[in-house]
Structures are given as structure tokens and as C-alpha cells.
Design a protein around this ligand. Sequence first.
Ligand code: NA7
Length: 539
Amino acid sequence: MKTTNLDVIIVGAGFSGIYMLHKCRTLGLSGRIIEAGTDVGGTWYWNRYPGARCDVESMTYSYSFLKDLEQEWRWPERYAVQSEILRYINHVVDRLDLRDDIQVESRVTEAVFDDTTNRWAVATDAGDRFSAKYCIMATGCLSTPNLPQFKGLDQFEGDWYHTGFWPKEGVDFVSKRVGIVGTGSTGIQSIPIMAEQADHLTVFQRTPNFSIPAWNGPISDDADRAWKKAYPELRARARVSPVGSPFESPEISALEVSDAEREEIFETRWQQGAFNFLAAFSDLLSSKEANQYAIDFVHRKIRERVNDPDIAELLCPKDHPFGTKRLCVDTNYYETYNRDNVDLIDVRTTPIKEIVPTGILVGETTYPLDVIVFATGFDAMTGALMNIDIRGRGGMAFRDKWADGPSSYLGIAVAGFPNLFTVTGPGSPSVLSNMMVSIEQHIDWISDCIAHLEAASMATIEPEQDAEDTWMAHVNQVASEFLYEDSNTWYLGANIPGKPRVFLPYVGGVGHYREVCDDVAAKGYEGFALTPAGGGSPA
Ligand code: NA7
């Protein structure tokens, strides 16, 4: 069987993979992306469900390295809809002329490191074989959909869909009785739209989530011009900020202001919308008392938005601290429950028993449905990596190494797996940040590292186990200073039965993390072992 030789193999054609391929070109290295979908886009290729939108502001959710495009591209809305982001990604791919090195409809099944040649042998389900010096896992953090094993799903006589692999041709809900399972960010985005289209919508809610209004709308020409003028400064600020955002970081504690001041600050942040609310006070995610103020404020807002007090109570989250589950951002979510054609079913008290041919059975009640939508999330951050049979030095299986939870140095590389990089992997800020900022930081760091290895004629780089252990201890220690571990979330793997409960992202902040990574590189890749080409011992 023919094997294609490359310098760099990249798994995934989302924002990370595309930028990495561009970097290969600038370094003069041969690179190829292997992508499972029929086209580029990653998250934004697969998640086409109604209402799919980025809840990070569109002016900040784009590549910063494309200075001309940054000025030319006109984002129409404050929060970009999925189709607009996909149009942007496709434009970038064509503009940088990357398409020839992107192989679609091929899923990487296996990546094996050969200790004798120091190269990765990569195989796909399409039967392709590649050999590459570097292997970049640009596999995404929310790319492995979680479909709970509901008994009877195969008997369902209607149609069912998961939001994370939505059909390209769309789904027609008109005149249909639709049921949706899941009220995370995805459910909260899609429920208002589905309610407008369907004859009747039944929402099956296990855990209510906190959601803040997006206040989405068109970006005026004046606002667009102002952003573009300030781009260099805004981008620079985002890079050193805690969450990759150019907006101001909070400095005051919710405990050091009067009740009236606190209410006013919360209200101002509420009116700014979305994640601005989390920035109301510095200690919302670290102090239970401060957090309770946020809970009380948002509960009051939910009760104002929902007409029926019983439904409002069901929608008020009471089992977890505010913001410790991924905060949701909505347009008319709570108001949707004021519609006559929408019902909310609590499946916490009485869980879904099974799917029956005509609908969903909860306790003794069958809810008749023509369509079921599963907005049940993802096997986050580790799912896509664990689905590939990755073997490192001496045949060590990645799945074994991570069986009790991920272990990684800086969230970017794993001891025993030379020349393999995990973009926005567990142990890095990743999903706790604006992904565009974190993706660019990782790809810049990885390509600088590769350039260094090539210039110094090095064969391999890999973390030292001690450095990895120290980093993981730090990741866990920082996480324990926040309230995140008081919640059953996908940040902790708690949404997947049997998944080890480990806090996955790094909470230490994007700016601080960047300094650490830069420092490691400046010190000659401190904590990594490098081996020279042509043999020799690790240095
Ligand atoms: P999430 O946030 O993981 O939400 C999944 C939802 O599905 C959540 O409400 C779950 O309830 C619910 N769920 C999962 N399994 C079941 C079963 N078996 N029965 C009932 N309900 C269930 O995924 P999203 O796609 O909304 O968002 C993922 C990220 O994408 C988001 O955070 C953004 O970063 C973008 P639970 O809370 O587990 O009780």
C-alpha cells in the first residue's frame, strides 16, 4: 500500500488545523490536513442546528494574523451565525490557497510512533497511509457528540438528530411535534427557533442552566470602523487577558460593595449581555458568597421573563454555582416558555425511561413526537483523541496513559509521545477562553517549536515526565481555588458515564499561560527532552 511522506500531518480542518497548515507553508514544510467531514470548518461544519451561533463577539472571533482580512471582512452581527463563520473559514482557505493540502472524508483511525525512524505512521478509514515527522492533533474540544444510550431509540418511528452532526440540507420542523433533550448552550440556542417552526415543542430538561441575554443585533458601520481602527490594541489586550477577551477584567469583589451598588453593577453587566455578566465582579467564580449574589440576581431575571411561576422555578438552576457550568447566552430563551406551543418536562425528578416508537416515555407518560433532537453535548476535550488509536514510544497506548484522566505538559504535548502536539488540549486554557486566541497561541508556539527543531537538526521533542506531573499538579491546584469542582459538568467529564472526574482546562488565565509557554521556549524548551537527528542521547 502506498504511503505518503510528509513533514507534518494535521488531524482536523477547523480553525486550528487550517492555521497550522498555513504555518507549514510559511516554514517551507510539507503538510496535509486529514478531515472526517466533507469540507472544512470543524465545529462550524458539524454544528448546523437551528440557532447555531458563536456566543463570543464576532469582532473578536477571527484570525488576528490576517491583518488585511481583519480590515476587509464585514461581520454583519454582534454574534455571528454558524453559516457566516463557515463562510469566513472557507474564504480563508481559498485566500491562502490551502485546499489542495486538505483531504476530506477521511477519518484518522490510528497514529503510531516508530522508535526506529522517529516518524508517525498515520492511517485513515479511507485506507490511506501517511508517514510524518510531526503529528498535530487539531481535533477540537467539542467534536465527539455524546448520544446517551436511550433504550428503544432504534424503534422510534419518527426522525431523530443530534445537534453535533446536523444534516447539511437542514430539517423541516413545520407541522411537526418536536421533542428536544438537553438544555445546555446548544439547546438554549435552538429551542426558541424550533418553537417558532414546529407545531409543538416539548423540552425535556434534566438540569436547568444559567443563561444571559446576547442582545444580538447588526453591527453598525460606525461600530465596525471603530473596531477595525482599534484592532491592534484590542487583539494585544485579549492575548494577555484572563479569558482571551479585550474587554476589561473585573477588579472589585462582590462582597466589598453595598447591596444597591452590587445590583447596579449586575444590571449594567446584564445589559451588556453574554459573558460580560461574568466580568461583573472578580470573585464570582471563587467565592460562594459572591456567587450566591449572582445566582439570586439571575433567578430574579428568570422569574421576570417567564409568565408561569411554576415553569420559572423549574428553569431556575439551584444545584450548581453560577458560571461553573459553561454559561449560556440566549435570544428569547426564557420567553419561549410563554408560548402556547411549548411544554417543559422535568426529567430530573422522573427521568426518561425509554424511547418508544411514537415518542418519549417519561415515567408512565408518553409524549408523542414526530422528531427528536438530542442536544446532549460532547465527550469534551479528550473524546476525539481517545477515539484514535495513538501509540507512542514502545507501543504505549494513549488510551492507557489517559485511562484515569488526561496528563499533559502545558496541554500541548504528552510524555512518551514525541513530536505529537495537542492543540488546545486538556491542561491548557482552551474552552475557558476565546478559542481563537488560544488556538493562535498554540499554533504559533508549535510552529516556532518545529522551526527550532528543524534549525537545530533535532529528531524529536517530548515532555519529561517530571515536568508533565508538575504541570498537572499545578492545573489541579489552580482549579481547586475556584468553584468549578462543585458542579457536574463536561469541564470535569461528568457528562459521560465512566469518564474519570478530572478538571480538564487550565483556569490560570490566557495571559499567564502564554507567559509560561513563552518562558519554556525561551529557556530552550525547559521540561522537554530533545534528541538530535542521527542518534545521540536526549538533551
Ligand atoms: P452540554 O452543555 O453538555 O448540554 C447537554 C445537555 O443535555 C444538558 O442539558 C444535559 O443535562 C442534557 N443531557 C445529557 N444526557 C441526558 C440524558 N440522558 N437525559 C436528559 N438530558 C440529558 O452540551 P451543549 O451541546 O449544549 O453545549 C456544549 C458546548 O458547546 C457549550 O458549553 C459551548 O461551549 C458550546 P445535564 O446537565 O447533564 O443534566
